[in-house]
Design a protein around this ligand. Structure first.
Ligand code: TRP
Length: 332
C-alpha cells in the first residue's frame, strides 16, 4: 500500500440510514482514487451489548451487502469483517497495557452506555476505545472519517499511538480526523434537533437505505415540521423543514434555492411527498442491488474472504513490528 490509508468501522446494529449514506458513504465512493480505503464491519465492538446470535449474524452480513449495494467496489476498497482478522483482538490486548483505566472511565460513550446498560457494564464496554484504536492503528491509518460522537475515541487513539511511539520508536502512523469537504448533517425525522441515529428506538425517526418505498413515503409524511406552511431554509427557526430540504437536496440533486423556489408555497404535504420521492428514486439502485446480492450468499462469502485476506496481510505486518518492539520472542 502506498496511498494514505482511510479507515472506518461500523457496528452492525440498528440500520444503515440515509444519514449514513449522505454524510459518509457517498463521500467514500470518491475517496478510493486518492486513498487506500478500508471499511470494517465492527462486529467485535457490538458484542459489548447483548445481541441475539442468529439475528446478529444476519445483520452483520446484511450490513456488508448494503455497503456493496451502495457501490463500494471491493476491488478498490478493502471491505471485511473485524472478527475475521484476529490481529484486532491481539493488538487490542497489547494496547491495553499502554492505556490507563482512568482514561477509559472518562470516555463519554462509556459513561452513557454504562447508564443505559446498568446490568451489563462489562470490561468490553470500558475497553471499547482500545479495540477501536487497534482497528485504526493496525492499518497505519492516516485519516479516519468520524462524526462528533467518535471524536473522543479518535483522540485517545492518537494518545495511545504517540505514547507507544515515544516509548519504543515510530511504530504507528498517528491518525487524524477526516472532515469531508462537503457532507451534510441529517437529523431525526421526529426530532430535528437530534442527529439521525442508526439505533433510534422510534422507527419513524430514521430511514434505512434499503427501506421499501411505501414505508419511506409514510415516514416522510409523518416527519415533524412546524406550524406554519412555508418551505424555507432556516435551520434555527424551522429545523424540521430545513432538514427535509437538506435530504431532498442531497438525494435529488436540487439546490436548496431551487427547492425553496419550487415548493415555498406548495404546502408541507406536497413538499414532504416530493422529498420522499427523491429519496425513493435515489435509493432504487441500492435496493435492487441489495436484493440481488442477498440471493447470492456464495458471492458475498467470497468477497468477505477476499477482504479478510487483504486486511490480514496489512495487519500482520503491523503486528509483527509491535511484537518485536515490546520484546516478545519471535516464532521462527
Ligand atoms: N465506534 C464506531 C462507531 O460506533 C465504529 C468503529 C469501530 C470505528 N471501529 C472503528 C470507526 C474504527 C472508525 C474507525 O461509530
Amino acid at each position: 500500500m502506498n496511498k494514505p490509508v482511510v479507515y472506518s468501522g461500523i457496528q452492525p446494529t440498528g440500520i444503515i440510514t440515509i444519514g449514513n449514506y449522505i454524510g459518509a458513504i457517498t463521500n467514500w465512493l470518491k475517496l478510493s482514487d486518492e486513498y487506500d480505503c478500508i471499511y470494517g464491519i465492527a462486529d467485535l465492538h457490538a458484542l459489548t451489548v447483548r445481541q441475539v446470535p442468529a439475528e446478529y449474524r444476519q445483520r452483520a452480513m446484511s450490513f456488508f451487502a448494503q455497503y456493496l449495494a451502495c457501490g463500494l467496489d471491493p476491488r478498490k476498497n478493502v471491505l471485511y469483517f473485524q472478527s475475521h482478522v484476529h490481529e484486532h483482538a491481539e493488538l487490542s490486548w497489547i494496547l491495553n497495557c499502554f492505556t490507563y483505566i482512568g482514561e477509559m472511565q472518562r470516555m463519554t460513550q462509556f459513561k452513557d452506555k454504562s447508564q443505559k446498560h446498568q446490568d451489563n457494564i462489562n470490561i468490553g464496554l470500558l475497553d471499547y476505545p482500545v479495540l477501536m484504536a487497534a482497528d485504526i492503528l493496525l492499518y497505519q491509518t492516516s485519516l479516519v472519517p468520524v462524526g462528533a460522537d467518535q471524536k473522543q475515541h479518535l483522540e485517545i487513539t492518537r494518545d495511545i499511538a504517540i505514547r507507544f511511539n515515544n516509548l519504543y520508536s515510530p511504530t504507528f502512523t498517528v491518525p487524524e480526523a477526516y472532515i469531508p469537504k462537503q457532507g451534510a448533517r441529517v437529523f431525526s425525522l421526529q426530532d430535528p434537533t437530534a442527529k439521525m441515529s442508526k439505533s433510534d428506538p422510534d422507527p419513524n425517526a430514521a430511514v434505512s437505505i434499503i427501506e421499501d418505498p411505501d414505508s419511506i413515503m409514510r415516514k416522510f409524511r409523518r416527519a415533524v415540521t412546524d406550524s406554519d406552511s412555508v418551505v424555507r431554509y432556516d435551520p434555527e427557526l424551522k429545523p424540521g423543514v430545513s432538514n427535509l430540504m437538506t435530504i431532498m437536496s442531497e438525494m435529488g440533486g436540487m439546490s436548496i434555492e431551487e427547492i425553496e423556489k419550487n415548493y415555498s408555497d406548495k404546502g408541507y404535504a406536497a413538499f414532504k411527498s416530493a422529498c420522499a420521492e427523491a429519496v425513493i428514486e435515489r435509493l432504487r439502485p441500492v435496493r435492487e442491488r441489495y436484493a440481488s446480492l442477498t440471493t447470492d450468499k456464495e458471492y458475498l462469502a467470497g468477497i468477505a474472504k477476499e477482504g479478510a485476506v487483504r486486511a490480514s496481510a496489512i495487519a500482520r505486518r503491523t503486528m509483527s513490528k509491535v511484537k518485536r518492539k515490546v520484546g516478545l520472542v519471535e516464532l521462527k
